[in-house]
Design a protein. Sequence first.
Length: 414
Amino acid sequence: MSSDNTGWQSPSGGDPSSHSPASGRIPQPGPAPAPQYGAYAPQSGQPAYGQQAPQDQGYTAGPQYSHYAQQAGAYPPGPAGFFVAPKPGIIPLRPLSITEIITGAFESLRANPRAMFLPALLVMGAAGLVSALATFISMNAFVSNLSSTSYYYDYDPSVSEYEVFGDSLSLLGGTFTSSLVTAAATALATAVLTGLLIVTVSRSVLGRIATPTEVWERTRPRIWALIGQSILIGLITCIAAALVILGVALLLAWLFMAVAEEGGSSGIVLLLPLGFLFLLLGVVAAAFLWVRLSVSGAALILENVGVWEGIRRSWQLTRTGFWRTLGLLLLVELLVTAVSYVLAMPIGLISGAGSLFVTGASTSALLTALTMFLSSLLSAVILPFSAAARALLYIDLRMRQEGLDVELRRSAGV
């Protein structure tokens, strides 16, 4: 099946009368629309979702909707005058509550477990192998040097201080390199996996089941863009954190010099509250960037936009509802942390039991590498839920601000 490379386009700001249904009336059927919502096509005779539309015509959303309430009169009321939104897939096609987003994320795992967990196991398994290999090499050298008597200057006076210093730098360098490789492999794998899972969730929203092959064909052209965006967001976050740390360091240096010159203690009294102040500023900056950039990957994949445009779209969609979005992200992280803690207990038991049989440097390094690999597989069980929650957050934000639910109903034929 060909890749549906048309994606979800952001609002173009066209003529409202040509896109928005008249208030108070049920939309009347018209000519068959071009494939919508990532090349979905509800009409018979047109390509199904996941197939390329004739002449590659993509969905272009209508004008930007400032409030979902503007569309409320366009649909038939349910019992007692309340509109009951259709639910062809894992969520009702209307703006969602936080509970519905969490429930929908769990539902996405149940609706299509093959496309949610198989890519996760493959991607995180590959990242785990890279991390385990780097950890084994580093830990083997580390434990071997520590167990060697030549490493300790006090125990072997014939060893010079320069040799001891060189060995120490070698150990630290190996450990740092291993940690860097592990972090890079995990971050890149997480970025790729998130893109794959976002496509799966976007199809589950309309009740369509995507195979892992279809998901890969849809995501493959955007892999490098995903990786580049992940690196760029990491750099933005690091720069913001570095500026805060630099400000704290400069201020503390100034205070210490002031105390040394005056010989007083008033500067020391200010250190604690100022330290807390800059810590608070750092936390606020991190939370702000976390929220504003939270749906960049979803925008990049589903709208087929560039790296910067994906970031800009995330910034635009999260300009309102900051606290709601922050609360949802914190709740997701809390659930992920709790489940991770429970699932990590068997790994800890295996590691602890294995340490009883460690007899040498190679065995110890192998045990550490095995623990690293099992931890990567553990993340493959948890990451699908986190990615699904972010995908549904993106869809919810677009339904609230751009009336995407109207187009979803048309695409689903409901």
